[in-house]
Write a protein of this length. Structure first.
Length: 230
């Protein structure tokens, strides 16, 4: 069983259970939790100068709260797409979007083998996903991001980060491990190296902050494909 699929089974099992851990995870993935855990993303439409003509994909969208917020701010011309491996969490996303004027399109699929046409998107978002991937899975994800990005397209990854201190990282893994076993914590520098090795000529640490909750550091990178005439 792949690392990614093993993490999927853990999430599906947890989401189907009663109890505080499952309730906390559903809250964290929902609209209120998404804003608490993703505060810097509230400024993203302005900081990236998002235009309505962008075609947007959110990989590991969860309940698609971030995607719906951005569509509400920008009013994209094209229906944004959210992809998640978990059918259970996509059912929550569908319920959350019920009655919305234009809910995002929701797709079930693997982040390492996207059921998406090549060159179909101008902006790819990927939050809190790569901790579920081993190094080979992260390479596969980045290869897929390259494939689905149009020339000149950008991608943004953010995730819980390694501090580089064994004790703190062990503590943070233990805290995060309430929801998933063996989270892969990587620094921004490490994520940047993976993106560069995947062939992205533009890759920088995004420096998204401040993240106020939970009190675990984050890493974020912004990277992209060159325009066709580059």
């Amino acid at each position: 069983m792949s690392f990614e699929r093993a993490r999927l089974h853990e999430y599906e099992h947890l989401l189907s259970r009663p109890g505080l851990a499952a309730t906390g995870l559903r809250w964290a993935l929902g609209p209120q939790g998404a804003f608490v855990m993703n505060g810097p993303l509230l400024r993203l439409p302005d900081e990236l100068n998002m235009e309505p003509n962008l075609r947007v994909l959110d990989i590991g969208c969860g309940r698609a709260s971030v995607l719906r917020f951005m569509d509400g701010r920008v009013r994209f011309d094209h229906q944004p797409v959210g992809l998640d491996f978990s059918r259970a969490i996509l059912r929550h996303a569908q319920r959350d979007a019920a009655g919305a004027a234009r809910p995002p399109a929701l797709v079930q699929g693997s982040a390492t083998s996207l059921p998406i046409a090549s060159g179909a998107f101008d902006l790819v978002l990927c939050g809190y996903l790569v901790k579920h991937l081993d190094d080979d899975g992260l390479r596969d994800l980045l290869d897929e991001v390259w494939r689905v990005l149009a020339p000149g397209g950008l991608a943004l990854i953010w995730e819980f980060a390694s501090t580089g201190r064994r004790f703190l990282d062990a503590w943070n893994r233990r805290w995060l491990g309430r929801h998933v076993r063996s989270p892969q914590l990587r620094s921004g520098r490490t994520l940047l190296r993976f993106a560069q090795e995947a062939g992205f000529p533009f890759a920088i640490e995004a420096g998204l902050r401040p993240f106020l909750f939970p009190p675990v550091p984050r890493a974020s990178i912004l990277f992209g494909r060159p325009p066709e005439d580059a």
